[in-house]
Design a protein around this ligand. Structure first.
Ligand code: SF4
Length: 110
């Protein structure tokens, strides 16, 4: 099972505990299809707008064993608020640059 760390939007924390992510990850479904069945080894937020803490937190996830880092659907697909993070592309680019090519980046979770 691939070990995955998840970064979520801080603004959705009050209304979503990430239940669907934890449900679909072990089955390797939806956003986890590229890695197959996955174990979530950490679930952190971006730290709030504009997401500058995402880079350090992504590194922390890798240091704790993550082989892939996923951006939760609240960030890239705007679920459940209906508002996509305006900083997603920059945040993803910065995280990918920091983690290098050995760590797979998943754009969404479900
Ligand atoms: S930077 Fe994006 S993901 Fe982070 S709190 Fe703001 S809107 Fe949410």
């Amino acid at each position: 099972m691939k070990k995955v760390g998840i970064i979520r939007c801080q603004q959705t924390e009050d209304i979503c505990p990430g239940t669907t992510d934890f449900k679909v990850a072990p089955m390797g479904e939806l956003g986890f299809e590229p890695v197959g069945p996955a174990e979530i080894i950490g679930f952190v937020s971006c730290g709030g707008c504009p997401g500058k803490r995402a880079v350090a937190r992504a590194k922390m996830l890798v240091d704790r064993g993550a082989e892939a880092v996923a951006f939760a659907s609240c960030i890239s697909l705007g679920k459940p608020l209906g508002m996509v993070c305006p900083h997603f592309e920059l945040m993803k680019e910065a995280v990918a640059k920091k983690l290098g090519t050995d760590i797979q980046i998943l754009d969404y979770t479900h």
